[in-house]
Write a new protein. Structure first.
Length: 99
């Protein structure tokens, strides 16, 4: 005679089976060692140099804005003009509706 497992909920059994299938799928996609931290592939030196580069660009932007060499209002106006020119060119290049 086979003994039936006691107090096994069908929902819990389905949940366990789904989790096992998910683990198998993840192992197939990413390998068995997916839980092991691979580390920073670029290295800390590259990360720090990149951070310094970003900070230098931000510092130069702030200096330019504070000294008046960069005028943000002019930048916005130029962007609006460029957008309007692009839209007008698209309208001119489109085929007119024939009636």
């Amino acid at each position: 005679m086979e003994e039936e497992p006691k107090n096994i909920d069908s929902k819990e059994l389905a949940r366990q089976k789904r989790k096992e299938n998910q683990e198998k799928a993840m192992d197939m996609m990413f390998g068995k060692n997916r839980h092991i931290y691979a580390g920073n592939i670029w290295g800390w030196r590259f990360s720090i140099i990149s951070l310094i580069g970003i900070l230098l660009v931000v510092i130069f932007m702030i200096i330019g804005i504070m000294s008046g060499n960069i005028n943000l209002n002019d930048q916005v106006q130029q962007a609006k003009e460029a957008q309007e020119a692009k839209e007008s060119k698209l309208k001119a290049d489109s085929i007119p509706d024939s009636q």
